[in-house]
Design a protein around this ligand. Structure first.
Ligand code: SF4
Length: 694
């Protein structure tokens, strides 16, 4: 403000970082955003904000922004700046050439949870209608795809059940595999306020996160689960509740499938699921686990909040189903103060999934094999759609290496930094004949690209984001795009160049189309979003102003389904060669792969990833605070500085993944969730040794 003078106007928009989805006024002077002020009327944040949304927007005008399209015939050649017309024509020609040579299924697209609903909708439409296949996926593949699978299977809808505000009515709050004070700070403030009012807290996490014993709050129980032991832990809690007769019998009888419940009950009562039998797998003393289970069952309003520490495992989907089982078992779904609440990492994870950016689902989570649903889209889009699911991101990479997949359009997603087993990803990207990257910066993935299409920041576009509580919030243009076009316009240009006509003149028309085709969005319009400020889907004739709490009288699938959640230990075991287990997470000031926050003043607070290691493990290796450590796994090696702390238990080490040169994903493996292929970022067996330099 001092540097740029007082603002002349403001635009109300939504933060582009985490899944809390805080509302802000972008204040503008001389066509430049000079301040982001949190919106007091924003339902998700009520005037609060964190260090990222409030201050870390400078990346949008950073000198690294690429604003002119570029092409090159080979990744060994230098980039050549060209006009938009030439870049789009070049990209379309190369994609069509590939399809002629290798077949229609040899190309695909990846979209991002950083993009708006309208942009992700358009990318999946481009792939399905213009490419002619279902090879479309989103970066939700690598974070919350198990949430989609697990909640749809048990409850009938791939989404969280509550509003953030609901926590204000909770008596017991279970936080599992999430670190809200760093990753979802504004929600964490709400949660802590409730704890200060007397609510009890159970934390299930290998690490002693701030909520366990931070300033002003303290968990009643911290269950420091061993990485890989989540399913055993949740099963043992459910076992305790059933064995001790603490389940909500009337609720289960009225709301859940009887036969499935009886089968599950017999399963969960097996001795192998008892807290005593699972002690080795969970690392949690049985008495402590039993006490936590009793507290959760007592409620009366018990709510579950979870994050990537649940989903990013080889049994991520199983854990999500176990969490839903636990909520049904104790009657904690369908009213305020309770529920199953995935804390989504990125601003629009929920939205990118809702919009059908999965190879097996059209918008609204409807399977591509359903002829009725396909017919609806075929009529609107005037094209015949494939009934077979397409390739997921890891399948695209495998098919690229084997020579069956040759062209990829990648919008807003840096797979060469964010995906696991980077060596494999790089091999796959190098094997492509045409990689089109659309982004703000020349990211790691762009090293392998043939076409670079400049992206637009959230301040330069219109659209909507959907946060973790299903809240559709407005994204409104504060300044003109530095690179001429908004991202949805670039997708439209590419589609038209490929011969499939798109003629939208504004993203509101895309939302109107989404509403025509998607029952849960039937009542969503830009006019209504502007009138109400935001809308939680489902929004339709039955709920014209949206739905804060889901599954009130019955579950979306009718009766709730208790899924059998057998514990299968991960293949990623510690061994003599790799005796420690590495797990990963985020820090408050940085965000994901750091493409944005690293280009802001936030880097003053955290300028490099470090390895948290327990003093016992450090001493055994002759490692002191600040030493360089070589970390090796079955996938690769990297080097980080040591931070000695008892926040991690002996045997467990921890790092963040915000900097490309630290290469956390050089060492993560290609293990993945059995149902969704979500990578197992949270368990990697490693060895750590002192080294003299990076
Ligand atoms: Fe943005 Fe999340 Fe911070 Fe809110 S809590 S300001 S949405 S990063």
């Amino acid at each position: 403000i001092i540097e740029h003078g007082l603002p002349e106007r403001s635009v109300t928009t939504t933060c582009a970082y985490c899944g809390v989805g805080c509302s802000f006024h972008a204040e503008i002077r001389d066509d430049r955003v000079v301040r982001m002020t949190p919106n007091k009327d924003g339902s998700a944040n009520e005037g609060h904000a964190c260090i990222k949304g409030r201050f870390a927007y400078g990346y949008a005008t950073h000198a690294d922004r690429i604003t002119t399209p570029m092409i090159r015939d080979s990744i060994d050649h230098p980039w050549r700046e060209v006009s938009w017309e030439e870049a789009i024509a070049y990209a379309a020609r190369r994609l069509r050439d590939i399809q002629r040579q290798y077949g229609p299924d040899s190309i695909g697209g990846i979209t991002s949870s950083r993009c708006t609903n309208e942009e992700t909708y358009l990318v999946q439409k481009l792939v399905r209608a213009a490419f002619g296949n279902n090879n479309v996926d989103t970066c939700a593949r690598v974070c919350h795809s198990p949430t989609g699978y697990g909640l749809k299977t048990t409850l009938g809808e791939s989404a969280g059940t509550q509003s953030f505000k609901s926590v204000e009515r909770s008596d017991v709050i279970l936080v599992m595999g999430a670190n809200p004070t760093d990753a979802h700070p504004v929600f964490a403030s709400r949660l802590k306020r409730r704890l200060r009012e007397g609510a009890k807290l159970i934390v299930i996490d290998p690490r002693r996160i701030d909520l366990v014993a931070g300033p002003h709050v303290r968990a009643t129980h911290h269950l420091p689960v061993r990485p890989g032991g989540n399913v055993a832990c949740i099963n043992a809690m459910a076992h305790t509740i059933v064995e001790e007769g603490l389940e909500a019998k009337a609720y289960i009888g009225e709301r859940c499938e009887r036969e499935a419940y009886e089968k599950w009950r017999a399963f969960i009562l097996r001795e192998e699921n008892s807290p005593e039998s699972t002690e080795e797998a969970t690392g949690i003393p049985a008495a402590e686990l039993r006490a936590a289970a009793r507290l959760f069952a007592a409620g009366p309003n018990s709510a579950i909040y979870y994050g990537l520490g649940v989903s990013e495992h080889s049994q991520g989907s199983t854990t999500v189903m176990g969490i839903a089982n636990l909520a049904m078992l104790t009657g904690n779904l369908g009213r305020e103060g309770v529920g199953v609440n995935p804390l989504r990492g990125q601003n629009n994870v929920q939205g990118s999934c809702d919009m059908g950016s999965f190879p097996h689902e059209l918008p609204g989570y409807r399977h591509v094999s359903d002829p009725g649903v396909r017919g609806l889209f075929e009529q609107e889009w005037q094209v015949e759609l494939q009934a077979e699911p397409g390739l997921r991101i890891p399948n695209m990479f495998d098919a690229s290496i084997s020579g069956r997949f040759k062209g990829l359009y990648c919008q807003g997603e840096d797979v060469a930094q964010s995906d696991p087993d980077i060596q494999h990803v790089e091999h796959a990207l190098r094997s492509l004949e045409c990689l089109i990257v659309q982004d703000l910066f020349l990211n790691e993935t762009a090293r392998f690209a043939h076409v670079f299409l400049p992206g637009s920041s959230f301040l330069e576009k219109n659209g909507t984001f959907t946060n973790a509580e299903r809240r559709i919030s407005p994204v409104r243009k504060a300044v003109e795009p530095m690179a001429t076009y908004e991202d949805w316009e670039v997708t439209q240009l590419l589609s038209n160049a490929l011969g499939y006509a798109m003629n939208y003149s504004h993203p509101s028309e895309i939302m109107d189309e989404i509403g025509r085709l998607t029952p849960t969005f039937a009542g969503v319009t830009y006019q209504k979003i502007d009138e109400l400020g935001s809308i939680q889907w489902p929004c339709n004739e039955a709920a014209p102003e949206g739905t804060p709490t889901m599954h009130v009288d019955e579950f979306v699938r009718g009766k709730g389904y208790f899924a059998i959640t057998g514990f299968v230990p991960t293949d990623e075991r510690s061994s003599r060669k790799y005796p420690l287990l590495l797990t990963t997470g985020r820090i408050l000031s940085q965000y994901n792969v750091g493409a944005q926050t690293r280009r802001t003043e936030n880097s003053r607070f955290y300028a490099e990833d470090v390895l948290e290691i327990h003093p016992f493990d450090a001493e055994a290796r002759g490692i002191s605070e600040g030493d360089w450590c070589g970390i090796s796994s079955r996938a690769g090696d990297t080097v980080l500085r040591a931070l000695l702390t008892d926040r991690v238990q002996p045997g467990v080490v921890y790092t963040t993944f915000h900097f490309p040169f630290s290469g956390a994903n050089v060492i993560t493996t290609d293990n993945s969730d059995w149902a969704t292929n979500c990578p197992e970022y949270k368990v990697t067996a490693v060895q750590v040794a002192k080294v003299s330099e990076r």
